[in-house]
Design a protein around this ligand. Sequence first.
Ligand SMILES: [Cu+2]
Length: 273
Amino acid sequence: MYLDRAARAGLAAAALVLGACRSTPPGPNVVTVTARDFSFEAPAEIPAGLTTFRLVNDGPSLHHIQLIKLEDGKTADDYVAALKAGGPPPRWASLAGGPNPPEPGSSTSATVALEPGSYAMICFVPAADGMPHVLKGMVHPFKVTGAAAAGVPEPTADVVVKLVDFDFQLSAPLTAGRHTIRVENAGSQPHEVAIIRLAPGKTPADIGAWAGKPVGPAPGTLEGGVSGIMPGAHAWANVDLPPGDYALMCFFPDATDGKPHFVHGMAKLVHVS
Ligand SMILES: [Cu+2]
């Protein structure tokens, strides 16, 4: 019967699709992290290799994930103590990326290659009193174990954003919709990219002015990005951008004068259409 044959053809097509899925190379390991004021709900142990951190922000504040790789047997407590002591960033800690903030009640993700070792997951976003969330207890120690699985290809990016001292260089104009953005630090200092859709009439400078002590609603909508990575490192931001005017921002303090990098030029207006 005609219908039966059509149904059989449909089943055969479905089987082909399933077969194709099975032969697709494995993707990055996905780790879901829930952030809230002021804690992370995250695993204590994560396998080495390409890892997509999916950050679910339960709010009420903005949060991100800044991964810190700890060397020399140092712990997350040592890192927090070093932050409290002030001074230059400790040599035994390196910034290993992570997703920059989505809106409260929303989620975003970023992919990084995790080397085995000891890590701290922290949030540098300042509270309304100006104190970074990490100093309010937003720190989660974890271990990365094992060897990276072989044959997991790096994510395929459709846009590259180079972080330089002090600018964002885009390989192509950003268009509305889903993107995997490869973020490369081609500068001499740690950098990040926060992707923020500007509220009508607002500028990147308005974001900078608001961010130091974020009282009241942001003059824009947080759309993710990649938190701090070291010079020479790269990571990927997975975003879904509505059209609009955007600010690309780096909030890292400058190694020389301590001012945030956006003051030095890492506050770029980008039109997404
Ligand atoms: Cu920077």
